[in-house]
Design a binder for this molecule. Structure first.
Ligand code: NA7
Length: 544
């Protein structure tokens, strides 16, 4: 390794999901640095290791939900479905880890419990739950954006005597549903995937507790046949390039600038074939969807009509129709038979805005008007998104400042990749980066490649410390707010806004300027010699 300083490692990375695996490969195999990955789970996979609930599937299409950096991997791996299901993504990441011989530098089953920057020697000291301490020049978080499961603080939650699971921490040996009365709480992307699957099991009854109805668009999953695959391979470079240059990291561009100038009848004609095609191709029809209330209202109206057509009971349909938020301002889910499931006799809906959950009981759930008995409660209640995992790691920068204190009023970063006061730390898919508003692997490749080039550049140029300036961070944070305010996103109570967790500051957390614009921005920063970063060659240059 190129150990320039007397640390155990040049870089310690937290997490062995899509980000951490590539970050390890890049730093170790491209630049010859000494790298260690610390991973809590006992295998690679990240999100796809933990989220094993029935129906867990990626909403990005498989041929672009993958790494693009390695030709051989691209050629050798063939996805079996239009959307990869959880087991297949996990298998893919295992394949990549083996192919690139990554496992030997990953410490599995180990949790990072502290990470602090030591000003006296410019090292990061990383503590683990094994009681171990590693030192490193660079500290890279690759912890994902939806990795800290969150369960609402229901009264008497622990009194429930049946089985209880969170979708994001699903038991690895599976769950036995047979003959059971089951509750699912939550109708976000996870709830919408798990509900139809549970309903298909040989269960007694499924009750869905919904707070906000969602706009779910049919996924229209199908197997990928050899012919499909040949077609993809023929154009693969071009497809991937399009995805990498697209605002959402998706391989398709909006077909129309706006729906403002179109009648509802014209809009229906445009949207119908895309609805039949399914997936995010539907969402990306009109360029101004999240900017223009008129366009959005028309598309929202179209989805509402579809829900009403699908659900037989008109009263139930009305409960499932979203009316209070604009389409796509909360994370828009894809579905397979979600609305159809509510036509089944053994499936019912409780609208908790009408009859709130008052408490859990040993036998089930007490709402304001009824006591519901269950054998199992499935929490599909989401995550402490984007900052939860980072803030739980006890990260401390200069002057012993914790990241938690630093971000008390919301995240402040430079480019979503670095934080003033935390030298030599980089956050892959950090808050204020486009990550969650994109096809993740595309964003991940952009971030990892940028961070790798930066670390290599600093190592080659004997730069000991690198830290964004306060001004650069303030400007990026202000820019984030400014672009978010040009959109409809802040009008919805979403986890993008931290609104899913009461004591989090209400602030739009991902960068909505677009993956394309963002990628160009970070590349320009690098080209300008890491503009906005303060680079320090020797520790003695530091302020005491
Ligand atoms: P989400 O999208 O945060 O969904 C959580 C769901 O749980 C959502 O429907 C919430 O309703 C509901 N929820 C949360 N708290 C409550 C309470 N107290 N009572 C009733 N219902 C509640 O998480 P997912 O796991 O579905 O998806 C996360 C991401 O993973 C997804 O976007 C993809 O990127 C993959 P609310 O809408 O807040 O009213």
């Amino acid at each position: 390794g190129g150990t320039v300083y007397e640390t155990d490692y040049d870089a310690v990375i937290v997490g062995a999901g899509f980000s951490g695996l590539y970050q390890l490969h890049r730093l170790r195999d491209e630049f010859g640095l000494s790298v260690k990955v610390i991973e809590k789970a006992d295998d690679v996979g990240g999100t796809w290791y933990w989220n094993r609930y029935p129906g867990a599937q990626c909403d990005s299409e498989s041929h672009v939900y993958c790494y693009s950096f390695n030709e051989e991997i691209l050629e050798e791996w063939q996805w079996s479905e239009r959307y990869p299901s959880q087991p297949e993504v996990l298998e893919y990441l295992r394949f990549v880890a083996d192919r690139l011989d990554l496992r030997k530098d990953i410490e599995f089953g180990t949790e990072v419990t502290s990470a602090s920057f030591d000003e006296s020697d410019g090292q990061w000291r990383i503590g683990t739950d094994d009681g171990e301490e590693l030192t490193s020049q660079f500290f890279v978080t690759a912890v994902g954006c939806l990795s800290e499961p969150w369960v609402p603080d229901f009264d008497h939650i622990d009194s429930f005597e049946g089985e209880a699971y969170h979708t994001g921490r699903w038991p690895h040996d599976g769950v036995d549903f047979a003959g059971k009365r089951i509750a699912v709480i939550g109708t976000g992307a996870s709830g919408i995937q798990v509900i139809p699957e549970v309903a298909e099991e040989d269960i007694d009854h499924l009750t869905v507790f919904q707070r906000t109805p969602n706009y779910a668009v049919p996924a229209r999953d199908r197997p990928l046949e050899d012919d499909d695959w040949d077609e993809i391979q023929k154009n693969y470079d071009e497809i991937l390039q399009t995805a990498h240059e697209n605002g959402f990291g998706m391989p398709f561009d909006p077909a129309y600038p706006t729906a403002e100038d179109k009648s509802m009848e014209e809009v229906r004609e445009i949207l119908e074939p895309r609805w039949q095609e399914g997936g995010f191709r539907f969402m990306l029809t009109f360029e101004d969807l999240v900017f223009n209330p008129e366009t959005n209202e028309k598309v929202s109206q179209f989805v509402r009509e579809k829900i009403r057509e699908t659900v037989d009971d008109p009263e139930l349909a009305e409960k499932l129709v979203p009316k209070d938020h604009y389409y796509a301002t909360k994370r828009p889910p894809l579905h397979t038979n979600y609305y159809e499931t509510f036509n089944e006799d053994h499936v019912s809906l409780v609208d908790v805005t009408e009859t709130p959950i008052e408490r859990m009981t040993p036998e089930g759930i007490q709402t304001s008007d009824d006591h519901h008995e269950f054998d199992m409660i499935i929490y599909a209640t989401g995550f402490d998104a984007m900052t939860g995992t980072l803030l739980n790691m006890d990260i401390r920068g200069r002057d012993d400042l914790t990241l938690e204190e630093k971000w008390a009023d919301g995240p402040q970063t430079y480019l979503g990749l670095a934080v003033h006061g935390f030298p030599n730390m980089f956050t892959i898919t950090g808050p204020q980066s486009p990550s969650v508003l994109s096809n993740m692997p595309v964003s991940i490749e952009h971030h990892v490649e940028w961070v790798s080039d930066a670390i290599n550049h600093f190592a080659e140029n004997d730069i000991r410390l690198v830290e964004p300036t306060r001004e650069a961070e303030e400007a990026w944070t202000a820019h984030n707010t400014e672009v978010a305010e040009q959109t409809l996103y802040p009008t919805a109570d979403s986890w993008y806004m931290n609104e899913n967790i009461e004591d989090k500051p209400t602030v739009f957390t991902p960068y909505i300027g677009g993956v394309d614009v963002y990628h160009q921005t970070i590349q320009e920063v690098a080209q300008k010699g890491y503009e906005g970063f303060e680079l320090t060659e020797s520790i003695s240059d530091l302020d005491p």
